[in-house]
Design a protein around this ligand. Structure first.
Ligand SMILES: NC(=O)c1ccc[n+]([C@@H]2O[C@H](COP(=O)([O-])OP(=O)(O)OC[C@H]3O[C@@H](n4cnc5c(N)ncnc54)[C@H](O)[C@@H]3O)[C@@H](O)[C@H]2O)c1
Ligand SMILES: O=c1ccn([C@@H]2O[C@H](COP(=O)(O)OP(=O)(O)O[C@H]3OC[C@@H](O)[C@H](O)[C@H]3O)[C@@H](O)[C@H]2O)c(=O)[nH]1
Length: 346
C-alpha cells in the first residue's frame, strides 16, 4: 500500500516512515481504522470520540487515567463493539495495535496542571515519548494536541506558527507550557530521526458542553457562576484577551489535520478576541442579567493577549470555525443547567 508522504514544514528531509503493523494490510484492517485516543475521557477527547465513532469503519480505543476526565463522558459508547476503554496512565508504556493516535492526555485547566506540576511534566514528556514509541513500533500516525500556551505571554499579535514564543521556563505554568514545547520537540525529532508520521495542533481556548463544572477555566467558571447567581470572578486586570473556539469546530479541525497531508504545527482556534470583562458582560447578558461582576486577584504569568492567526489552517486544511461565541455560550448553558439541575426560569 502506498503511503502518503506528509508535507513537513521543516526543511530537513525525514527518514521514510516505519512499516505499519502487518494487521494494517489484513482483510480486517482494509475495512477498519483502529484509532487510539489518549485523554479520550476528557472534554475535547470525548467529543472527538463521538465524532470518530460516527464513522462505522472506525474502531476507537480510549486510554485515560481519569485525572480530569470521566467515564461518564463516554457512557454512550461503553459496551459498543467498536469501542474499548482502558484505564491507563500514559507515563507507562501501552501495547496496542493501532493506525492512528490522537494524543490528548494531559490536564488542561491551569488549576489542574499546577496541582501536581511534576506529574504534568511527566505526562507531557514521558507520556509523549511512550506514545511516539508506540507509533514507531506499529507505524501509526500520531497527532499531538499542543497549545497556544507554547507562545507564552506573546510579544507578537496575533500569533502565527512561526512565532517562537515568550515563555518563562521556571514559572508556575512552565510544567504545562514548557512541557508541551518539549512534547512538540519530541514529535519533530521522532519524525526526522525515525520517519514517524506526525501532526501537531496548537489549540487555542476551547469551550463547550461536558467541561467539568469545577474545571476552573474561565468560560466554565462564568457560566456556572451565572447559573448559581454567584459573582463572575474576573481576574485582574480583566483587559487580558482570549479567543474562544467551540468544541465541535475544534474536533473538525483536529480530524482534518490528522487525515490531511501536513505535519503542522497548525493553530486551531477561533480568532474572535475578547477581554475577560467582555466575556463576563456577554455571559451576564445572555445567561443572567442580574449577576454581579467581581474583580479578583490574578495568578502569576497569566498571558495578556492571545489570538490565533489561522491562515495556515484555512489554506492547508480548508478549516475555519463556524460557531460564534454568542451562539456557543447558550449551548453550554443548557448542558450546565441540566447537570446543575437548575432549569431556566421563563
Ligand atoms: N481545552 C482547551 O482550551 C485546550 C487548549 C489547548 C490545548 N488543549 C489540549 O487538549 C487536550 C485535551 O484538553 P481538554 O480541555 O479536553 O482537557 P481535559 O482535562 O478535559 O482532558 C484531558 C484528559 O487527559 C486525561 N489525562 C491526564 N493525564 C493523563 C495521564 N497521565 N494518562 C492518561 N490520561 C491522562 C484526563 O483524565 C482527561 O480525561 C490536552 O492535551 C490539552 O493540553 C486544550
Ligand atoms: O474565573 C476565572 C478564570 C480565569 N480567568 C481569566 O481568564 C483567562 C483564561 O483563563 P483560563 O484558565 O480559562 O485558561 P488560559 O487561557 O489561562 O489557559 C488555557 O489556554 C490554553 C490551554 O492550553 C489551556 O489548556 C487552557 O487552560 C485568564 O486571563 C484568567 O486570568 C478569569 O478572569 N476568571
Amino acid at each position: 500500500m502506498a503511503r502518503e508522504v506528509a508535507k513537513s514544514e521543516n526543511h530537513t528531509s525525514p527518514k521514510p516512515s516505519p512499516s505499519p503493523s502487518p494487521l494494517r494490510f489484513s482483510k480486517f484492517f482494509q475495512s477498519n481504522m483502529r484509532i487510539l485516543v489518549t485523554g479520550g475521557a476528557g472534554f475535547i477527547g470525548s467529543h472527538l470520540v463521538d465524532k470518530l465513532m460516527e464513522n462505522e469503519k472506525n474502531e476507537v480505543i480510549v486510554a485515560d487515567n481519569y485525572f480530569t476526565g470521566s467515564k461518564d463522558n463516554l457512557k454512550k459508547w461503553i459496551g459498543h463493539p467498536r469501542f474499548e476503554l482502558i484505564r491507563h496512565d500514559v507515563t507507562e508504556p501501552l501495547l496496542v495495535e493501532v493506525d492512528q493516535i490522537y494524543h490528548l492526555a494531559c490536564p488542561a485547566s491551569p488549576i489542574f496542571y499546577k496541582y501536581n506540576p511534576v506529574k504534568t511534566i511527566k505526562t507531557n514528556v514521558i507520556g509523549t515519548l511512550n506514545m511516539l514509541g508506540l507509533a514507531k513500533r506499529v507505524g501509526a500516525r500520531i497527532l499531538l494536541t499542543s497549545t497556544s500556551e507554547v507562545y507564552g505571554d506573546p510579544l507578537v499579535h496575533p500569533q502565527d506558527e512561526s512565532y517562537w514564543g515568550n515563555v518563562n521556563p521556571i514559572g508556575v505554568r512552565s510544567c504545562y507550557d514548557e512541557g508541551k514545547r518539549v512534547a512538540e520537540t519530541l514529535m519533530f525529532d521522532y519524525h526526522r530521526q525515525h520517519g514517524i508520521e506526525i501532526r501537531v495542533a496548537r489549540i487555542f481556548n476551547t469551550y463547550g458542553p461536558r467541561m467539568n463544572i469545577d474545571d476552573g477555566r474561565v468560560v466554565s467558571n462564568f457560566i456556572a457562576q451565572a447559573i448559581r447567581d454567584e459573582p463572575l470572578t474576573v481576574q485582574a486586570p480583566g483587559t487580558q484577551t482570549r479567543s474562544f473556539c467551540y468544541v465541535s469546530d475544534m474536533v473538525d479541525g483536529l480530524i482534518r489535520l490528522m487525515d490531511g497531508d501536513h505535519t503542522g504545527p497548525i493553530n486551531i482556534g477561533n480568532p474572535g478576541e475578547f477581554t475577560m470583562l467582555e466575556l463576563a458582560e456577554n455571559v451576564k447578558e445572555l445567561i443572567n442579567p442580574n449577576v454581579k461582576i467581581a474583580s479578583v486577584e490574578n495568578t502569576p504569568d497569566d498571558p495578556r493577549q492571545r489570538k490565533p492567526d489561522i491562515s495556515k489552517a484555512k489554506e492547508l486544511l480548508g478549516w475555519e470555525p463556524k460557531v460564534k461565541l454568542r451562539d456557543g455560550l447558550p449551548l453550554m448553558e443548557d448542558d450546565f443547567r441540566s447537570r446543575l439541575e437548575k432549569p431556566k426560569k421563563h
